[in-house]
Write a protein that binds this ligand. Sequence first.
Ligand code: LMR
Length: 398
Amino acid sequence: MWKTIQPAPPDSILGLTEEFKKDQNPEKVNLGVGVYKDDAGNTPVLRCVKAAEKKLLETEKSKSYLPISGDPAYGAAVQRLILGTESEVISSGRAATVHAPGGTGALRVGADLIHKFNPKARVWVSSPTWANHNGIFGAAGFEIASYAYYNAASRGLDFDRMYSDLEKVPAGDIVVLHTCCHNPSGVDLSPDQWQQIVALAVKKGWIPFLDFAYQGFGDGVKEDRFAVEQFAGAGIDCYVASSFSKNFGLYNERAGAMTVIVPSEAEAGVAMSHLKTVVRTNYSNPPAHGGLVAAMILNTPDLHAMWLQELVDMRNRIVNMRKALVNGLAQQGVEGDFSYIERQRGMFSFSGWSEEVVNRLRANKGIYMVGGGRINLAGLTTSNIEYVCAAVAEAMKS
Ligand code: LMR
């Protein structure tokens, strides 16, 4: 069969890492994949994770299968984190959560679940969006459309066009929204804008599907869940794909979750039964380790406090790198107003640099960024920032 089949193109994000590894340039810098790095350029295992793993090693008694939906303590911890401990959704039991393999797995579980009952729905993604949204929802069988989001001229949100596009989305269609730290732009909605979008969803009857992969990287764990709380409180169906990859640094443990929020406990029970069939027919039941670690940290006060501090440290380092990039570009005499980099949130900044500049940086300087010029600020360090800024100045001139 494979003799006549053309190879698939490399993944636009993870494929870059493969290229980066092969690059012989000793000064190379990976600003591609959304992975946190410390100032030494390493992706550390968080101290709270190491401590939890130690405890787990001592106490774990079995490697037998987890339930299809995952460890119940994990699902409960996820709900408390994404909704807040005091959430009415939790006390009413009107949410169903399954442990999915990472945020991607969660998106796919949610997509397969909806497709089972609503295959004709269209899925609306922001323009631009994380490239894999198209892949995941497309693979689940959905037709995909896009709504306005980023304004290239202002380097900010085009809220009026976003709102008017979402006003036209028919009832029953799915709208994928990045709850914080929009990927790739770093441009988020204000609380007031979120409230308007929630009211629109209620009025129009389209279904919010929230991608919540960066909780804690925007303004804080609590602040970043504002949109989730608003949608959850609106009394409509709502899907939340969350992940511990970034905020716990558990990238390769694939600890994510799909949470379905519905108006009643009875509906949550029905949703859970179907979530389980989706999981069972995809990967049977989730991998245990990452979920056990995350739940242990969230449920152990001293580890929880340690995690919150480590998260603050990661967030602050990225904010500092935003400042350093703006200053560095100015020092190198790069023309333009780069203040937008400091206004954006999360790991990314969308530079909007041309393919030519992006390719030049990669070919001549070993600086890798995603097409469209998405920069992972966490790839910048105090040691490589000058090199990167000088390279950008050169690439923009030639
Ligand atoms: C990214 O956007 O770089 C991350 O979410 C990693 C990925 O899987 O694409």
